[in-house]
Design a binder for this molecule. Structure first.
Ligand code: 8YV
Length: 325
């Protein structure tokens, strides 16, 4: 008998087809309302779950009596209570690596767009304001040769650092739990304290996972350490920054600008950030390219398929569960 898989977010058509060929797919339907009732009905049958962008905790998973695996179509796993899953013997898998370069591309695009005021000047030009040669009011700031501070030198942080070093001759400093001697060698990167990084960087780019240690890692005190001319880039998770502190700092011109892809509340529909010319806001699109989303879907399917067929996946977030499942 085919195993049952519950899709907990909208899934691409070809992913649905692949799942349906191998398993019995039940898809949550947000338009039909009452998600809790839908979960309550579907989850007792679920052997596997697949999707992204939804908090799945004990209050929902209590209905999933025979669940073996949650395959998350994301690298981040802050939406899941990993300890609870481990206790329950449920494997959690994710999709790292395939999105590293694409996410770093976007982080660098945000850095460039904010520093060179691309969206702001695009809007200004289209509004018909270009009546004579641009004046200092339209000037931006240089990127090349500046100091790029990377907070969290994991895969995506390192890919961002490479772009800065090799593409723009930037000086790289980083703050990370672990020293990365190889990257220090390759990129001339220097490890330093968080305060030192904040004080010295022209661009501060966040690349840490969200957890108890990184929640509001960048708050009022940290922003106060930054240069007045510095720009903050965040493609990690919104909650790594105290968003109100950032808004206040931008309004008081304590820093020059911010390039943001992630927010405390998503989707974000109203925010003082939207009224600020020196802030570039994107709708959480770090991995959102056709190729990368396809690769993430393929990997998530592979993870799901393997675990439901008794094979280990290389991308288990809680591998200690394995012998017991
Ligand atoms: C997700 C992301 O795909 O992978 C992550 O952790 O943040 C994104 O790339 C996105 O959250 C999908 O909802």
């Amino acid at each position: 008998m085919k195993k049952t898989v519950v899709g907990f977010s909208s899934l691409a058509h070809d992913l649905q087809e692949k799942i349906n060929k191998n398993f019995n797919l039940l898809l949550l339907n947000p338009k039909a309302g009452n998600l809790e009732a839908q979960f309550q009905e579907m989850l007792p049958q679920a052997d596997g779950m697949i999707g992204s962008g939804r908090v799945l905790n004990e209050s929902i998973l209590q209905y999933a009596h025979k669940l073996k695996v949650i395959s998350s179509i994301s690298v981040g796993f802050d939406n899941y209570d990993v300890d609870y899953l481990t206790q329950r013997g449920i494997v959690l898998t994710n999709t790292p690596d395939v999105l590293t370069e694409t996410t770093a591309d976007l982080a660098f695009a945000l850095l460039m767009a904010t520093a060179r005021r691309v969206p702001e000047l695009d809007h200004w030009t289209k509004q018909g304001n270009w009546r004579k040669t641009v004046q200092p009011a339209q000037y931006a700031v240089d990127v090349h040769g500046k100091t790029l501070g990377i907070i969290g030198l994991g895969n995506i942080g390192a890919a961002m650092a490479r772009r800065g070093c090799f593409g723009f001759n930037m000086n790289i400093v980083y703050y990370s739990q672990h020293a990365k001697p190889e990257l220090e060698q390759q990129l001339g990167a220097r490890r330093c304290s968080l305060n030192e990084l904040l004080q010295q960087s022209d661009f501060v780019s966040l690349h840490v996972a969200l957890n108890e240690q990184t929640h509001h890692l960048i708050g009022r005190e940290q922003i106060a350490q930054m240069k007045k001319t510095a720009i903050l880039i965040n493609v990690a998770r919104g909650q790594v920054i105290d968003e109100q502190a950032l808004i206040d700092a931008l309004q008081q011109q304590q820093i020059l600008g911010a390039g943001l892809d992630v927010y405390t509340q998503e989707p974000l529909q109203i925010s003082p950030l939207f009224a600020m010319g020196n802030v570039v806001t994107l709708p959480h699109v770090g991995s959102a390219t056709i190729e990368t989303r396809q690769a993430m879907n393929n990997l998530a399917f592979d993870n799901l398929y393997k675990v439901l067929n008794g094979q280990q996946s290389a991308y288990m977030v809680n591998p200690t569960v394995w012998p017991n499942i």
